[in-house]
Design a protein around this ligand. Structure first.
Ligand SMILES: Nc1ncnc2c1ncn2[C@@H]1O[C@H](COP(=O)(O)OP(=O)(O)OP(=O)(O)O)[C@@H](O)[C@H]1O
Ligand SMILES: [Mg+2]
Length: 366
């Protein structure tokens, strides 16, 4: 059982010349949390992780792990990596080329002068957990990319640091193995209770693994929330569009009311709503699964034309158009829908989010 640490990052800034890779980041990570840093390539995920590990020297801010301040620009503190009680698996898994699998994993444990028997137990156990038993004697050049990645992961797991830092540890595995390893890692995390900061640019991975997700863009934290909340109530348009596949449907609309009811109006259609957002114009966001298609007219239904039908096994994605507006609809496979067929669209109003046209921020409902 690994003891957990509590990680706190305050106002952290890291610049490379003109690029601000980490821009005033604040994070508090609870003991035992599985925190995922998610964002597009170049948004600063690796840099933030390296700052925590002590491999980058931040320009400003503070980092503490447990009761220890490991970095503080104000107080002139910067502990070396070895003194931070964290361990990192790198995006490019750096294995020792002249050591076999066993030695690569055992290396750190030997440095820490663990008894031989315990080293053997730990190495054997992690290799078994990761489905790598039998590969002890192979050198890195005799392993596939995916196997090398698992050795790097095994090294971290065998070391049992209080804080695990993982930078896209599954990126080199094929799709099926990646799924297996996600569940394996989740299980290992559950059993060890180690505080984990995990980097990925894969939103599905983030949503499936995280206790909370931190979405970053250009070094700036956009939202910190549990996966479900992130999906249901994205804090701004960047998060709304980044999370979810297929992408969220966005449309610009003017709220208005008349004697027939309350409406969201676009150039192409008007949707009936029960409550109006307080703004002259908003951007509405609706997930593909919160739109329904009907073959016959229904009350409040808006007439659309089917542009394309894309079956995908257990679900079907249907693209419907009206004027300039295209919606993507996710539905179970059912009665066949044809291209150019007329359908009536209704939306689950409770699941529509409204965003400020200027700032892109979520308009909170009153
Ligand atoms: N050593 C460096 N020197 C100069 N610029 C750097 C350095 N390391 C990172 N950067 C820049 O900092 C920004 C953040 O890079 P970082 O590697 O943290 O992104 P990332 O989110 O991990 O991306 P990816 O998903 O591609 O791994 C990028 O603009 C990158 O070019
Ligand atoms: Mg990276």
């Amino acid at each position: 059982m690994t003891s957990s640490a509590y990680l706190k990052i305050s106002q952290l800034v890291k610049r490379f010349g003109a690029v601000t890779a980490v821009d005033h980041v604040n994070l508090e990570i609870e003991p035992g949390e599985f925190l995922v840093l998610l964002g597009p390539s170049g948004c600063g995920k690796t840099t933030l992780l390296r700052c925590i590990a002590g491999l980058e020297h931040p320009d400003k801010g503070a980092i503490s792990i447990g009761d220890t301040t490991v970095f503080s620009s104000d107080r002139g503190i910067s502990l070396p990596p070895a003194k931070r009680r964290v361990d990192m698996v790198f995006q490019s898994y750096a294995l020792w080329p002249h050591m076999n699998t066993y030695e690569n994993i055992a290396f750190g444990l030997k440095l820490r002068k663990l008894p031989k028997r315990e080293i053997k137990e730990r190495v054997t156990q992690v290799l078994e957990d990761l489905g790598m038993a039998g590969l002890e004697q192979r050198f890195p050049f005799e392993l596939s990319g995916g196997q090398q990645q698992r050795v790097a992961l095994a090294r971290l797991l065998a070391n049992r640091p209080p804080v695990f830092l993982m930078d896209e540890p599954l990126s080199n595995l094929d799709a099926r193995l990646r799924l297996d390893m996600r569940s394996e890692l989740k299980r290992l995390h559950h059993d060890s209770g180690a505080t984990t900061v995990y980097v990925t640019h894969d939103q599905t991975e983030a949503l499936t693994m995280a206790s909370r997700v931190v979405v970053m863009d250009t070094g700036v934290v956009q939202q910190i929330a549990p996966p479900e909340e992130l999906y249901r109530s994205p804090a701004n348009l960047f998060v709304a569009e980044f999370i979810g596949s297929p992408r969220v449907n966005l449309f610009r609309a003017t709220p208005f009311s008349d004697e027939t009811g309350k409406w969201l109006s676009t150039g192409d259609f008007k949707l009936p709503v029960s409550r109006l957002p307080e703004a002259e114009e908003i951007i509405a966001a609706i997930r593909p699964e919160n739109i329904s298609l009907h073959r016959e007219p229904v009350p409040g239904g808006v007439e659309f034309r089917i542009y394309a039908v894309l079956p995908a096994g257990p679900e079907v994605f249907v693209h419907v158009v009206r004027g300039e507006t295209t919606f993507v609809v996710r539905m179970p496979p059912g009665p066949e829908l044809q291209m150019d067929q007329t359908v009536w669209v209704t939306v689950d109003e409770r699941s529509v989010n409204y965003y400020d046209v200027e700032t892109g921020d979520l308009v909170r409902r009153t």
